[in-house]
Design a protein around this ligand. Structure first.
Ligand SMILES: [Zn+2]
Length: 500
C-alpha cells in the first residue's frame, strides 16, 4: 500500500515526477486535476522498465486512471499487467505557470470502490494483452477477424471522439449509436490518446488516434502501436515538421493509414507546409457537414484533392463525422445533430474486417455520402470495375476498334431528395445529370459512356449534389494508367491551387 500527493505549479512545459512503488502491489491509481489551461494538458506514465503504461489528455472528462494486473479493472487508456516495484515516472505537460494536483495510490488485491468507473463495466474486447513486454500495443487485437461476410460496400466513419479525450459520448455510446444508425464500422480517433480496450458490440471498431497539434490534425487509422507524438520527444513530436514526418513514416511502416483531417478548415487547417504528399495515404475531404464553416472548407478540399490526382498523387478521399456531442445536441446554427456516420464513408470489402477496411482505403475503393446510397456498374468490355480502379488495361487483350472501346458507368442511386450528379474529369465537372428522389428497392439509374483512352493518365469521379448545389456524396476516381508523381509538398499544392 502506498500513497502520494503532488501539488505543483509548472515551471516548464514538461516535467517528470517520480512515483515509488513498493513490492507486491497489484494496482496503481491516479487522480489528476489541472488548472484551466489554453493548450490541453497531457500526462504519461512510465514504469520501471520505461514502458508506457498510460497516455492521457485532459479534455474536461474523467481524470481517474487505473492500472491493474487484470485488464478488467484497467482504464481504457492504460496498459494492464505487472506493477513492478521501483521508481515509475509521471510525465506531465501543460502551460507554464499552471497548477497541477495529482493524488496516487497503490495497493494489492481488489480495486477500492472509489476508483471504479462506468468505463470499466460490461463485456469488453481487450486490444492489449497486458503481457510482459507487450508495451503500448494492440497485440491482442484481431485485425483479420471477419465481422460480416460478403463482398459489398460497408458503411463506416473514420473520425470519432469519446470521453477519453474531449468528446461527450462514452465508447459504449459510440458503438450503440453506430449500430442504431446502421453502420458496419468506425475508427476510434480520440485526440492524442489510444484506447487499449473497447466494449463488445456488433459494430467493428478499428484502433487509431487523431494526432492533434496546434498546426493541424491527422488520423493514424489502424495503429498497432503507440507512436511517440510527445512534445518531449527528441524531435519535438507533433510540434515540429520533423516530428510529424517521423510520425507519419512510423504509422505507414506499421501498415496503418495516414489521413490529413479537415485540411482546409481554419483554424485547424493543415499547416505543416513541408509535408510531402507522398507521405499520406488519404485526406478527410469531408468533415462534419453540420459544422457551419465546413461546407466551404469541403469545397476547397475537393479542389485540392483534384489537384493531387492531376499530379499523379492518387490519395483516397474519405469522410469523418468528427462527432464530439450527444445525439440530443447540435451546433447552434444547425438544425440537425452532429452524429457519428455523417458523412458516412463506404468501403468495398470482400468480407468485413479491420484489415479489409484499411486495405480498401489504400486501394481507393471508397465513396462518401450524407444520404444517397450508390451502386455502380462500371463496365469495359467483359470486365467490371469499381470506384478506385485503374481501367487502363480494360481492352488490353481485345480486338475491338479503338472507336468502339467505351467505359459504361451505370449509377443506381437511392436518395430521399432530387439530385444532380456530375461526372468530374481531371477536376472539371463535364456532364451533369439529374435524378429524382428514389428510395426503397427502386433506385434512380443514370448512365454515362466514357471513351476509353489509355494512352495518357487521366481520371473521372462522380459528385452528387442537391438542387441547391450542396454536396451529398462523392466517389473516388476511376483512372487510366499512372503518372509518376512529382515530389511536392503541402505548400506547393496550396500554391498551385491558389489557396496559399
Ligand atoms: Zn477530431
Amino acid at each position: 500500500m502506498g500513497k502520494g500527493h503532488l501539488s505543483v505549479t509548472m515551471d516548464q512545459f514538461t516535467s517528470f515526477f517520480p512515483i515509488q512503488v513498493e513490492e507486491g502491489q497489484s494496482w496503481i491509481a491516479f487522480q489528476l486535476k489541472f488548472e484551466a489551461h489554453q493548450s490541453w494538458a497531457r500526462a504519461y506514465l512510465w514504469d520501471v522498465e520505461k514502458s508506457l503504461r498510460f497516455c492521457f489528455l485532459d479534455g474536461g472528462n474523467e481524470r481517474n486512471i487505473v492500472i491493474h494486473e487484470q485488464a478488467e479493472t484497467t482504464s481504457p487508456i492504460a496498459v494492464s499487467g505487472t506493477i513492478m516495484p521501483g521508481t515509475w515516472l509521471l510525465e506531465i505537460s501543460t502551460d507554464v505557470g499552471k497548477h497541477v494536483e495529482v493524488v496516487w495510490e497503490t495497493g494489492a488485491g481488489k480495486l477500492p470502490a472509489q476508483y471504479d468507473s462506468p468505463q470499466l463495466h460490461g463485456d469488453r474486447e481487450y486490444w492489449n494483452s497486458g503481457e510482459k513486454n507487450a508495451g503500448f500495443t494492440m497485440d491482442n487485437y484481431d485485425w483479420n477477424k471477419i465481422w460480416q461476410e460478403g463482398s459489398r460496400w460497408y458503411k463506416g466513419d473514420f473520425h470519432t471522439h469519446t470521453v477519453l479525450s474531449d468528446g461527450k459520448m462514452t465508447q459504449l455510446m459510440n458503438s450503440d449509436q453506430a449500430e442504431k444508425l446502421g453502420m458496419d464500422f468506425f475508427t476510434a480517433t480520440d485526440h492524442n490518446v489510444m484506447s487499449t480496450s473497447w466494449p463488445k458490440g456488433n459494430v467493428l471498431v478499428i484502433p487509431g488516434v487523431e494526432v492533434t497539434s496546434g498546426d493541424g490534425h491527422w488520423n493514424a487509422l489502424g495503429l498497432r502501436k503507440w507512436i511517440d507524438w510527445r512534445t518531449s520527444a527528441p524531435d519535438g513530436g507533433l510540434t515540429t515538421q520533423a516530428g510529424m514526418d517521423r510520425l507519419m513514416k512510423e504509422t505507414a511502416e506499421q501498415g496503418a493509414v495516414c489521413s490529413i483531417n479537415h485540411p482546409m478548415l481554419v483554424p485547424w487547417a493543415w499547416q505543416y507546409g513541408e509535408t510531402l504528399l507522398s507521405a499520406v495515404h488519404s485526406m478527410e475531404i469531408w468533415n462534419d457537414p453540420t459544422y457551419s464553416p465546413n461546407p466551404e472548407a469541403t469545397e476547397k478540399a475537393l479542389k485540392l484533392w483534384s489537384e493531387c490526382w492531376n499530379r499523379g498523387h492518387r490519395l483516397t478521399g474519405i469522410g469523418g463525422s468528427d462527432s464530439h456531442m450527444l445525439p440530443t445536441e447540435r451546433y447552434p446554427d444547425c438544425d440537425i445533430p452532429s452524429l457519428i456516420g455523417d458523412p458516412a464513408t463506404y468501403v468495398w470489402c470482400d468480407d468485413l474486417s479491420a484489415e479489409a477496411v484499411l486495405e480498401g482505403v489504400r486501394r481507393g475503393e471508397v465513396y462518401v455520402s450524407r444520404g444517397p446510397v450508390l451502386e455502380a456498374t462500371i463496365r469495359a468490355g467483359d470486365r467490371e470495375y469499381r470506384f478506385g480502379s485503374d481501367v487502363s488495361q480494360a481492352f488490353a487483350d481485345e480486338q475491338q476498334a479503338e472507336s468502339e472501346r467505351n467505359i459504361t458507368c451505370s449509377l443506381s442511386i437511392y436518395s430521399e431528395t432530387n439530385i444532380l450528379v456530375s461526372l468530374v474529369h481531371n477536376g472539371t465537372p463535364e456532364s451533369v445529370k439529374a435524378a429524382p428522389a428514389a428510395g426503397g428497392s427502386d433506385p434512380a439509374v443514370l448512365e454515362w459512356i466514357i471513351p476509353w483512352e489509355a494512352d495518357a493518365y487521366h481520371w473521372y469521379r462522380f459528385d452528387v449534389r442537391d438542387e441547391e448545389g450542396r454536396l451529398l456524396a462523392f466517389t473516388n476516381p476511376i483512372y487510366f494508367g499512372e503518372k509518376q508523381p512529382e515530389e511536392i509538398t503541402w505548400n506547393d499544392l496550396l500554391s498551385v491551387t491558389g489557396m496559399k
